[in-house]
Design a protein around this ligand. Structure first.
Ligand code: EPZ
Length: 432
């Protein structure tokens, strides 16, 4: 049961470089199933969701070689359709991209239902709608999703009922080798959708419009390997920006695309911080006074839902009442109970949290309830008076590479400790 322990109250100062974007790396890794050739993926983040996804491809017969800390070579020539392991697939959500890539390459797909953070209902009805519109027959029994077609997907026009990153990606993967042209309307516009399209086009695909709400995919016969570098992680960058503002420090965050962070920068400036933008960096300077402000999460280019818990911590310090509305998921406030243990005054009413600021947070033992909630607790520990102990930190490590080391380099009093698992220590006692 490893933990993160933080002595709060230290303003962060210095420079930190963010890694490649987890949510761009994952679809690109699964997109390699479409390609019977070698792909070299650079700037890949060293996080648990990525290493698990590479293992899932290995289980299916792919060759995956580590070239260096942030570069892998993936060759899916030998991948066997429908052979992903249930117990692995169920650990994360992104494994459902195997549906689109298996369907695209083999004309059929067989994948267990995915896992992922608990934000209330996370249906896949739009994914299914997309596969059916491409001519697929979908069966969702016995905990699996099966898609079959007569002779592979056939291009068609798809209009999504809701803006969905996952379904936009899955339909792109299913359509890229289809017979004919596919048009996705009401598509998600996230930077990682653009990154996936750029990767596939580098491999010979014909995709236009990624980044807008209309994406056109002209089916091609075959894709070839390539070398491709993943875009920087805007959520990791945003997390460090909020940490700088919350601790009243001054931090330069490098390897970023400022355009991707616009909504976060605007919100931080509303809250009283200063954000200076450079070509591939931002400098965030916090102030002693945090101003109250309101936010509502939306699909890109709106304020990202994956930055909602982090901003809520900052607003706990604000001089007044702030309203945080979750516009993407049914519920994403499970972390509030943990912040209340640290002295926060927050009331959750459906999809809105009412945050009464102006109170100091005090260190306490808390848990990471999911990936972004966990890193929000790290920010809370950085600003709290006293010591904060965070457990279940494996959830944080799903999406953050060495967050402890990076924060230490900025002056934080933070460490990662390996506490023996209670059952383990019981066994050790019995054995001695
Ligand atoms: C991706 O999840 C990300 N995960 C999430 O990041 C992120 O929060 C989310 O996009 C939104 O940006 C990965 O990229 C691995 P959606 P995904 O499909 O694809 C509804 C993190 O912390 N919906 O855009 O699951 C759904 O219920 C994670 O890195 C349907 O109704 O997001 C949700 O309310 C957490 N029907 C909304 O759309 C569907 O068929 C957004 O889902 C699909 C989705």
């Amino acid at each position: 049961m490893d933990k993160i322990i933080i002595n709060g109250g230290v303003p962060l100062r210095g420079t930190v470089e963010v890694g490649g974007m987890k949510n761009a790396a994952l679809p690109i890794i699964y997109a390699c199933v479409l390609i019977e050739d070698k792909c070299i993926i650079e700037n890949i983040p060293n996080v648990r969701d990525v290493s698990l996804s590479l293992d899932i491809l290995r289980d299916m017969g792919a060759s995956v070689k580590t070239i260096n800390k942030s570069t892998v070579e993936i060759d899916c020539t030998g991948v066997r359709q429908g052979t992903s392991k249930v117990e692995q697939v169920q650990k994360i959500r992104a494994s459902y991209y195997l549906l689109g890539s298996e369907l695209g390459r083999f004309g059929k797909a067989h994948v267990a239902y995915p896992g992922g953070c608990d934000f209330g209902g996370r249906p896949i009805d739009q994914h299914i709608k997309g596969f059916e519109t491409l001519g697929g027959v979908v069966n969702t029994e016995s905990g699996h999703v099966d898609v079959t077609t007569e002779n592979g997907p056939v291009g068609a026009n798809i209009f999504f009922d809701v803006v969905t990153v996952g379904a936009t990606i899955n339909v792109m993967l299913a359509a890229v080798l289809a017979e004919g042209t596919t048009v996705i309307d009401n598509a998600a516009r996230e930077p990682h959708i653009v990154d996936l399209a750029n990767f596939l086009n580098t491999c010979g695909a014909k995709i236009t419009g990624a980044g807008t709400d209309v994406i056109k995919i002209k089916g091609v016969n075959k894709l070839h390997g390539c070398t491709y570098a993943i875009i920087p992680d805007m959520i990791e960058a945003g997390t460090f920006m909020v940490a700088a503002a919350a601790t009243g420090g001054c931090v330069k965050i490098t390897n970023v695309i400022p355009k991707h962070l616009e909504s976060v920068s605007v919100k931080l400036e509303e809250a009283g911080a200063t954000v200076d933008e450079f070509d591939d960096a931002v400098v965030v300077t916090g102030r002693s006074i945090v101003r109250k402000t309101n936010l509502k999460t939306h699909p890109y280019p709106g304020f990202p839902t994956d930055m909602q818990p982090q901003m809520a911590v900052l607003l706990c310090l604000a001089n007044g009442v702030s309203y945080v509305s979750e516009g993407v998921y049914e519920k994403r406030f499970r972390y509030v109970e943990e912040l209340i243990k640290m002295g926060a005054t927050i009331k959750v009413d459906g999809r809105t949290a009412v945050i009464e600021g102006g109170k100091e947070l005090s260190g306490a033992p808390v848990i990471a309830v999911d990936l972004r909630a966990g890193v929000a607790m790290v920010i809370a520990g950085l600003v709290a008076q006293g010591t904060t102990e965070i457990s279940d930190i494996h959830l944080i490590e799903r999406g953050y590479d060495d967050v402890v080391g990076k924060l230490r380099s900025l002056g934080a009093e933070i460490k990662r400790v390996s506490a023996p698992d209670p059952e383990e220590s019981e066994l050790i006692k019995k054995a001695n």
